[in-house]
Design a protein around this ligand. Structure first.
Ligand SMILES: Nc1ncnc2c1ncn2[C@@H]1O[C@H](COP(=O)(O)OP(=O)(O)OP(=O)(O)O)[C@@H](O)[C@H]1O
Ligand SMILES: [Mg+2]
Length: 445
């Protein structure tokens, strides 16, 4: 993409109403525009990152054998009356009446609908195990939408639902989700810590929230500092291997890590004092096993091996896809702007032309641009007729991890400059070497 042909409405001033860095930076970098409270348009740059995050989520879900589909945003009220949640959900649910006076709602989540679908078509244990998911917009009429996309009213969520014959199988699905979530967040450059969470009115012991540590997080968290040393890394995993998935769960959840809702001072006090941490975190996901509650209410039963009719064991598992943009920026920015992790960056590298209009510099930039594309990368070329300082400021603000600077002085020696946004370090090299270096950096992403 060439900047002169792109749509990147960056703001010079800091928006006054944005309280936290990620919200300010997303507005300044022209990623989002508020449409009404808690509802945003995703401008091209923001949309690109949103898609990158979605892609990672899709890949990691499908790697584990989970099946993508798509359910509507608008739902009929009937299913929710059947589950008893139509009234229970309260004012957070946006209720709509159609022209025939039918009660509808903008879905805040999809347990009812997916259970109805599976209940309709799945009749035998032979179709199990089954995990279906979608990435779809949700609406919750939050009391206090704030912090930009972090607590929106309309937001994008991945929600997945497992259907299993036994509790044991459903807990394997739970563990599988834990593994996929660890992998997904790490690919996004994040450390998200699974913390024991409150299961709320549905009950059950099996729920973890994934929290990204950040001062601006809305949840208070308590944890053993040893937990931040853990990382999933590049290890191979067989998602059908129950023991392997269970071992990952144990590795990542055996140390103390809880949100304020489940925090227990007495248990926390047993950790050596030097390792006790009290901090704040952003919830970027939650996994949940809840048994047969919905399947019984919504009629999702199958015949088991003995021919008996039994309710399915279920769990639901969410990732806050749109909230993740805010969380990533909170975790990765400086006073100049965003610093995208390579895994989610909207463009792989920026090209800054220091003397636009100079034939040799322009042609070197074009050559680089084409070479990067040929190497499978997406460059953003700042080809505006603008001072170097302004170009650097834009690149720093929008946070591309790598910048190639091309100017007549370097070109005289056949050199361009490759700069890391994160460290600020620059290195002179030939254009070919710069392309090669970037291809290598992005090879496994
Ligand atoms: N209003 C919102 N705006 C953006 N993302 C949200 C919002 N509410 C929930 N999410 C994201 O969707 C994920 C799954 O939804 P879940 O039902 O667990 O949310 P929740 O526990 O009600 O969230 P919260 O406690 O933050 O209100 C959450 O972990 C979070 O990342
Ligand atoms: Mg939650």
């Amino acid at each position: 993409m060439r900047l002169t042909r792109y749509f990147l409405p960056v703001l010079k001033e800091t928006p006054a109403d944005a309280q936290i860095a990620s919200h300010r930076l997303m507005l300044r970098a022209g990623m989002i525009k508020q449409s009404s409270a808690g509802i945003y348009s995703w401008l091209p740059l923001g949309y690109k990152v949103l898609k990158r995050i979605e892609d990672i989520v899709h890949e990691e879900q499908q790697r584990a054998g989970h099946i993508p589909m798509l359910m509507p945003t608008l739902q009929g009220a009937d299913l929710w009356k059947q589950s008893g949640r139509y009234d229970a959900y309260g004012p957070e649910m946006l209720r709509i009446t159609d022209r025939n006076d039918r009660e509808m709602l903008y879905g805040p989540t999809n347990e009812e609908m997916i259970t109805d679908i599976v209940g309709t078509y799945v009749t035998s244990y032979k179709a199990l195990p089954l995990t279906l998911y979608h990435i779809q917009w949700k609406f919750r009429d939050e009391m206090r939408p704030r912090f930009g996309v972090m607590r929106g009213r309309e937001f994008l969520m991945k929600d997945g639902y497992n259907f299993d014959l036994t509790k044991e199988d459903a807990l394997h699905a739970y563990n599988r989700h834990l593994v996929t979530y660890l992998r997904s967040y790490e690919r996004m450059g994040l450390q998200a810590i699974p913390m024991r969470a409150d299961s709320g009115p549905i009950g059950g012991d099996y729920t973890h929230e994934f929290l990204v540590l950040a001062e601006t997080g809305e949840s208070e968290v308590f944890y053993d500092s040893e937990i931040t040393d853990l990382s999933f890394g590049a290890r191979e995993i067989d998602y059908d291997d129950k023991a392997q998935c269970q071992a990952v769960l144990e590795e990542f959840t055996s140390r103390y890590a809880r949100t304020d809702e489940t925090h227990d001072e007495a248990v926390f006090a047993e950790i050596p004092e030097a390792r006790r941490r009290v901090a704040r975190g952003i919830e970027v996901g939650q996994i949940f096993y809840f048994g047969t509650e919905y399947s019984e209410k919504m009629g999702a039963f199958v015949q088991n091996e003995d021919g008996a009719r039994v309710p399915l064991h279920m769990g639901s598992h969410g990732i806050g896809v749109s909230r993740l943009l805010g969380a990533i920026i909170e975790a990765s920015h400086d006073d100049k702007g965003i610093i995208w992790p390579e895994g989610v960056t909207p463009f792989h590298a920026g090209i800054v032309n220091l003397r636009q209009g100079d034939a040799a510099t322009d042609s070197a930039c074009d050559g680089l641009y084409n070479a990067l594309i040929a190497a499978g990368l997406e460059p953003l070329y700042d080809d505006r007729d603008e001072r170097a300082g302004g170009k650097f400021a834009t690149m720093d603000l929008i946070g591309l991890p790598w910048r190639i600077t091309v100017g007549p002085r370097g070109l005289a020696n056949g050199m361009v400059e490759l700069t890391s946004r994160r460290t600020g370090e620059s290195q002179e090299m030939s254009p070919e070497a710069a392309v090669q270096r970037l291809a290598h950096i992005y090879a496994d992403r």
